[in-house]
Design a binder for this molecule. Structure first.
Ligand SMILES: [Zn+2]
Length: 131
């Protein structure tokens, strides 16, 4: 990967990091503590809790974790030759995939193999339980 490309990914990662640390998060609705607005608190409260959980799940799934972004930036600084190389098979990760998620450290092929292994394992476990 040439330096210009590397710099682009670095800029992208820095922007993602800023977004993740600053105003990027979806606002989490405060709990409704107004007693007049809670005719049936037993029904109302779990819904608020649910909304909070959904909002924080959404924040987590929105982008790579800060940890992943920091790790990718560190790779660019310390080991630029290794950036964009799959940690599992040492092949170059598809640039289109890198543009979508510059923090990734695994190529599509290894990822799908890993997912297949996971589902096979689940399948076997289910099979064993059938006996
Ligand atoms: Zn791979």
């Amino acid at each position: 990967m040439d330096l210009a490309q590397l710099q682009r990914f670095k800029d992208q990662l820095l922007a993602l990091r800023d977004e993740a640390t600053q105003a990027g998060d979806v606002a989490i609705e405060p709990m409704n503590d107004d007693p007049w607005d809670r005719a049936d608190p037993d029904d109302d409260l779990p819904l608020n809790e649910m909304n909070q959980i959904i909002a924080s799940e959404r924040n987590r799934a929105r982008t790579g974790s800060l940890e992943q972004i920091h790790a990718a930036l560190k790779r660019i600084e310390e080991d630029p030759d290794e950036f964009g190389v799959c940690l599992t098979c040492d092949e170059h990760i598809d640039p289109r995939r890198l543009h979508l998620m510059p923090w990734t450290t695994i190529c599509v092929r290894c990822l799908s193999e890993r997912e297949q292994e996971g589902s096979l394992r689940r399948g076997r476990r289910k099979h064993l339980l059938d006996f």
